[in-house]
Each structure stands twice: as C-alpha cells, then as structure tokens.
Write a protein that binds this ligand. Sequence first.
Ligand code: ATP
Ligand code: MN
Length: 479
Amino acid sequence: MFNKRTKIKELLSAEITGQEAIVMGWVRTFRNNQFIALNDGSCNQNLQVVASLGLLDDETLKRITTGASLKVIGELVPSLGKGQSVELKATSIEILGDCDPEKYPLQLKNRPSLEYLREIAHLRFRTNTFGAVFRIRHSLAYAVHKFFNDKGFVYLHTPIITSSDAEGAGEMFRVTTLPFDNAPRNEDGNINFKEDFFGKSTNLTVSGQLEGELAAMALSDIYTFGPTFRAENSNTTRHLAEFWMIEPEMAFYDIEDNMNLAEEFIKYIIQYAMDNNRDDLEFLAQRLLDEEKQLPQDKRSELGLIEKLEFVVSNAFERITYTEAINILLESPTYKKKKFKYEVQWGIDLQSEHERYLVEKHFKKPVIVTGYPAAIKAFYMRMNEDGNTVAAMDILAPGIGEIVGGSQREERLDKLIERMNKMHVPVDEMQWYLDTRRFGSVPHAGFGLGFERMVQFVTGMTNIRDVIPFARTPKNCEF
Ligand code: ATP
Ligand code: MN
C-alpha cells in the first residue's frame, strides 16, 4: 500500500492534473476546516489538500491538527490559491498518527528558537529551516562523491579507531575496554595497555590523512569522507567534537595543484547545491535576511546568501603567502587602533579574528594562505627552500574562517625524519608511514575540508550545531 504514494516534490514539479494521487505527510496547518497544508519532507513547499465540506465527520476533522500524519487519496486539480499550481482534492483522508495540539511543541504562533529546537531534535527535522538545511547537506555530500568519482578518485575508508597518535591534529578521545576503577598497571604505576582490547593504547581518529597517504602511494588519487573526532574543549560556533571531514590525497601533486583542486572542488559543490536546491536556498536566504534585521547595519552581510554563493563560484580565490597576510594585518586600521585581541607578528598562528579580517574586511572573498612558519604546522608538511616555512595551505572563507587545511607532504625521507625528531614525533612507531618514503616516494599533496563548515557556508547557518543532525559538543551528547 505505501509504495503507491507519490512524493509531494514530484507532484508539485510535474504539475499534472486530472489524475488520482496518494500522498502521505504531516499536517503543517489546517484552515477553515477545509484546507490542509501537508508536508512530507521531500521539499520545502507544502501541498494544499482540500477536504470538501461534508467529506469528513466532526470527529475526524478534530483530529486533523498540526503535526498529525495523514494518508490522503484525491484528485490533482489546478489550484486557485496563489503559490502553487496544483492541489489535491481529497476523496479520502486517513489519520495515520494523531498529534495532541496541546502538547505539540511546534506551533506556528510561537516560532521556536534554533536553540530550543536542538533540545527536541526529533521534531526539528519537521521545521522548514532544518528541512532545508538537511536536504542541502545531503546534496553537498552527494556532490562530494560525484566530484571525486568523476575525476577517478578512489573513495577510501580509513579507520575510525586508530593507534596512531602522532597526527597532532587535536585532542583525542580514548577507546578502551579497561575498567577505569581498577585498570591494570605496570610496575612503574602507568596503565598497562597491553591488557587493553587492542593490546595498545587506542583513540578515535582525528584525521584519516596518514592512512590516506599510504593508499595514494599506490592508487594515485583517493579521498576519505568520514566521521572525525576531536576532544577539543572549544565551545565555538564552528567546532564540534564529532564532525565529518573530506580528505583527498593525490600522488604527483604539488602545492599549486593542491590549491587548484581545492578551489575547483569547493566551487563545484556549491554550484551543485545552487542547481539542485534552489527553493531551499531561497528559503534560507530569506531566513538569514530576517535574522540579520535585528543586527546593527554594520554587522549585517553585504551580500544575500545566494549572491554570496554566486560570487564565490564566479571569482578566483585570493592567493597570498603567510608573510603577506601578516603584513596586511600589521598595516590594518584594526591593528593600528589596537583592536585585535591577539598579537600580530611573524610566527604567530593566525587567530580567528585575523582570518576574518583578511576575508571579510580586506579581500571580501575566500583567501588561500600558503607558506606558513614550519614551527606552527604539522611534521608531514614539506619544507620550503627557505628552510623556515612549509608548503601548507589554509583556505579561509567569509563568516567561517578556516574551511580547508592542507599541504604538500614532505616526500624526502631524511628531511621528514629530521622534522619528526625536532617535533618529538615518535619515529619508531611511524615506520609504517615512513615506508611510503622508502619505496618509490613521490611528490604528493592533500587537504582536509570540514564538511559541517562547508554546510554552514552554503546554508548561512551561524552555528555549526545547526547543520549536523545530532551535535556533539563539550558537555552535550543528547539522543
Ligand atoms: P581550527 O583552527 O579551526 O580548529 P584546525 O587547524 O584544527 O582548525 P585541521 O586540523 O586543519 O583544522 O582540520 C581540517 C579541517 O577540518 C578544518 O579546516 C576545518 O574545516 C575542519 N575542522 C577542524 N576541527 C573541527 C571541529 N572541531 N569541528 C568541525 N570542523 C573542524
Ligand atoms: Mn582545531
């Protein structure tokens, strides 16, 4: 019975009339005991269902409330109302699930806040905003796979549990089956991980890159797209403890090739959402406009959401070196008026306020920064000729800050070991990785794109918690 149903998106886009259809969905509103706005999540728009007077008894009419689920059979007819071309003239309405209007939290009159909706995650999918966000998130994920597949990349599943603790990308969550009130200990009092499940200390992955490099050294081009975990205690609008990362790794690529790929990739997935999620983007653009009305003029975005995306796909990203970035910051009015919270001088790790100055105030577009000081970057990044900077590249996006972090990797064994020693990376435990540099090493490069930050950029949602179905952040792991 259920597979005969047609999705509302299909009905509205086909604009077919004079035909019978079965639809199922949830009531958004019910007006004049006659007009039901039905939504089934397939698109932002509702289908207008008309229950002619006399079709239903009073008992049934009372049960058609916001949130109730219905099965409707009817005839598709041209709509007289504005905003839609077809509506469904019901011949039968069956209530699949009642919804007590006294208790249902999603009522039109008291528009729930985004924060409140995070607490009722099972219902937040029913709102227009989150329907749009998660349909776009889906499209972006699909576009990621399509982009790499069409270029001949291999989708590689890197492990979620790892024993490699050398990436240095962030704080890690330990994975263990040892009892923590009575853990086995060595003579020196330290915990004896030989007794643990894997016979060694293990963690949730912070990045699949090192494993990805192994595969790229044979398959040429690979990408990962999977969950990533960082126990960083930063309660910001762009950090999650569990997020999804896309990490392509390419053999025979230098930093320039890497930048070109990253820029093409970002533009491709944005364009894909613009081509396939127009209604949802328009809805979110309006939402953002409404939200920003409460802000003072100078805090509002200069471009609407869609104009911003169009601008990004049709203009080259700015490319500058770290040294140039520092000089721009040192010459900025913000610096001269001592308005940066953190110090600015060659050698610092760029803080979010610095990144945002560069993209939002100075260049007003995405910026790729290269040539960072070796001292503040990971051990695997390739040392430049100057012996002082590495072939790193971060892509900074307006409103988000860092969206991509990448580099050309150090393919020269001696230089790599030198760096590892200097940065206290345990060389002994990393022989499996160093082997790639021993047996047919090649220049290679890759980057990591935080998927949620990308979804934030495309949807215009300010808080990263609002672009993932179930957010995990410090002191918060509901559902
Ligand atoms: P940040 O300085 O913003 O914390 P990072 O330098 O730790 O970023 P990388 O280790 O380079 O980031 O990770 C690659 C990408 O993963 C980042 O560019 C970002 O898009 C994303 N990312 C990193 N940490 C998080 C997080 N906690 N939540 C969501 N996305 C993240
Ligand atoms: Mn970080």
